[in-house]
Design a protein around this ligand. Structure first.
Ligand code: ATP
Length: 628
């Protein structure tokens, strides 16, 4: 204070008004008090904080999803006065849309289910806006929860939970409970994760489990696959005791639209496994990013490499020198010359076969996972990739057999008993067909055999097979029912008639499904129309094939024309160049000759000047005076 007084003394003595003095005193006093208050407050805060245990959860890891799912069910969380409404899920049941809207409201709001007016039902979730702190009671403890963005520029969200407690047991309990609840909700769903361009796994979708019975394959294939996968999942010790890497690979190859992806998703549901999908044709995929991704797949999950041949058309070629060893280190690249360095950098942006093999079964590759690879072009795969140990089980997919056509038909149409039991036609879709139709022993789904599409006779309304003809007389009465409900015997009869009308292995299951979808409430009509559809499809295929051929022929002719034009142009240019060279040569020779002649002439003239001819000498002698 004395110091302040001494500072203020000159002011007072210089007759400044006492009002100014008082104001200045007030400012100094206020500043001192505020500084003291802040010091006390920060001391108190750090004192209080020292009692808090804090856990951080980042969006790119599973506990974040578990906790957000748990929080979304806490009234205190959803009753926030400043909140975000989002259909982007924080729950285990779907993150299908990205709509969000921030607002401030005065009233309590519960989750809202939008009315089902024919559009998909979206569940709207409410959660506090970013950077607001919330307190929630949990088992007698007060939790302080804050959602914020990470500051490392990754745009990822963080969840920070603090609690006053002596040990972190309460936080562990919370995480485990959130995990249990999340998994409970996942029971009927399959979680799908995609590799993103940052080299991380991103949750992408949560799909309803598809019953295996909805997949129609030839007898025994599904049973074999399920038994094999189940056997693998319970054989960890067996593998460990024999020193065999605990991994299993399945190669699903063959015609498009035959059910490869569908089978994998149905199997994931059956075995309660999550699916991790990498697209090897993505431009950002290279050896390093793939190795890192495949090393971070949780145990007991499915790794799916779709269209594995596509990776090889992008940039990968079999590196003959490659031994599968890791690529050059940064130091060795720096030590190399600029050209080599450029080459090495170019290589780094590619996926090589050795890199892929390394990622699949190198030291870093995770174990206890089922690898599924799909391809429509088995012939494009390098044998190193498809050999046993990497791909232990091969399953070939062909166009629909008659057995599959019949199974698909059964799946589509409800039988009356089931319809009554389930009361909704859509829920019974895919449910009536069961494995009782697939009781024959498994076919060996190992090495591929060449596909042999059926050349069976064209079915038509006139030339309908006997079973179809048998079915037709009763169609009229059945179709008068509107949504036709069939008894089991009738369904069986129609399914057989349908299968007989469909040529063996000529159309994919997806194509048959497309046809049946057009008649999904009219099974009789489907049977009646299928012969016509087959004819039309064949005509369409022929037309498309013809158009493709014509296009290819046009392209071939145009290419040939361009080639000839190029050759003609090159020939002309060559001739012109030769002519030009010849002329230049002649010109040059002519010039040289002229120059040589000129030179010779000049030399001769010079010579003449230096030594005159003998006749002139004698003339001179004659002209000399006689007295000499
Ligand atoms: N065997 C099948 N059983 C049941 N549905 C099938 C079958 N095959 C195909 N489908 C249906 O056809 C559609 C395409 O199937 P899917 O994507 O599984 O075929 P895919 O063989 O993986 O095709 P692609 O090789 O083109 O990726 C899906 O809607 C699926 O329901």
């Amino acid at each position: 204070m004395d110091f302040a007084k001494s500072l203020l003394q000159p002011l007072s003595s210089s007759a400044v008004g006492s009002g100014v003095l008082d104001a200045t005193k007030l400012v100094i006093l206020g500043g001192t008090v505020e500084t003291a208050r802040r010091a006390a407050s920060s001391g108190w805060n750090s004192f209080v904080s020292s009692f808090y245990l804090t856990a951080h959860f980042c969006e790119d890891d599973y506990p974040y999803d578990w906790l957000l799912n748990w929080l979304s069910k806490q009234p205190a969380w959803s009753r926030s006065r400043e909140f975000e409404a989002t259909t982007s899920t924080v729950t285990a049941t779907g993150r299908s849309s990205q709509r969000t809207a921030g607002d401030e409201v005065e009233e309590d709001i519960e989750d809202v289910i939008e009315e089902d007016d024919g559009r998909p039902r979206l569940k709207v979730h409410f959660q506090p806006t970013l950077d607001t702190t919330h307190t929630i009671y949990y088992k007698g403890h007060l939790l302080r929860i804050r959602r914020s963005k990470k500051t490392d520029g990754s745009e990822l969200s963080m969840l920070t939970i603090s609690v006053v407690a002596r040990s972190n047991a309460i936080l562990k309990q919370l995480v485990l409970q959130a995990k249990r609840e999340y998994e409970q909700e996942c029971v009927d769903r399959v979680q799908i994760y995609f590799a993103d361009q940052h080299g991380s796994w991103r949750w992408s979708d949560s799909r309803h489990k598809r019953p295996l019975s909805s997949i129609v394959l030839n007898p025994g294939v599904i049973e074999m696959l399920v038994a094999d996968a189940k056997d693998f999942l319970r054989s960890e010790r067996w593998y460990a005791s024999r020193g065999i890497p605990y991994r299993r690979g399945y190669l699903l190859h063959g015609t498009p639209g035959a059910g490869k992806s569908s089978l994998i998703h149905a199997l994931a549901g059956e075995l309660a496994l999550d699916v991790y999908i990498v697209s090897l044709s993505a431009s950002w995929i290279n050896d390093a990013s793939l190795t890192s991704l495949l090393g971070r797949i949780p145990a007991r999950s499915i790794l799916l490499l779709e269209d594995i041949d596509a990776a090889f058309t992008r940039s990968t070629s079999r590196d003959k020198e490659s031994t599968g060893a890791p690529s050059a280190t940064k130091e060795t690249k720096d030590a190399a010359g600029p050209e080599t360095k450029k080459e090495a950098e170019k290589d780094d942006s590619k996926l090589s076969l050795s890199g892929l093999l390394n990622a699949l079964d190198g030291m870093q590759a995770s174990e206890a996972r089922l690898l599924f690879c799909t391809t429509n072009h088995l012939e494009r795969l390098d044998p190193a990739l498809s050999r046993p140990g990497r791909m232990d089980v091969w399953i070939e997919f062909r166009n629909a057999s008659k057995f599959q056509a019949e199974g698909l038909f059964r799946n589509f149409f409800p039988v009356a008993e089931e319809f009554e039991a389930e009361s909704t036609p859509s829920s019974s879709l895919f449910s009536s067909y069961n494995s009782s139709t697939a009781a024959t022993p498994p076919t060996a789904p190992t090495t591929p055999a060449p596909s042999t599409p059926s050349t069976s006779a064209t079915p038509s309304a006139d030339a309908a097979p006997q079973s179809l003809k048998d079915a037709l007389p009763t169609l009229e009465s059945a179709s008068s029912l509107g949504t036709t409900l069939l008894d089991a015997a009738r369904l069986s009869e129609l399914a057989k008639a349908f299968a007989e009308a469909v040529p063996n292995e000529e159309f994919s299951v997806a194509e048959l499904q497309g046809f049946l979808l057009k008649h999904k409430s009219r099974p009789e009509e489907a049977v009646r129309q299928v012969g016509q559809w087959v004819i039309k499809e064949r005509e369409l295929r022929e037309r498309l094939a013809r158009e493709r051929e014509e296009k290819e022929e046009k392209e071939r002719v145009a290419k040939e024309k361009r080639r000839k034009e190029r050759e003609e142009k090159a020939r002309k240019e060559k001739e012109e160049a030769e002519e030009k060279a010849r002329k230049e040569r002649e010109e040059k020779e002519k010039k040289e000759k002229e120059e040589a002649e000129e030179k010779a002439r000049k030399e001769a003239a010079e010579k003449e000047k230096v030594s005159p001819p003998a006749s002139s000498e004698s003339e001179a002698a004659a002209a000399k005076p006689k007295d000499d």
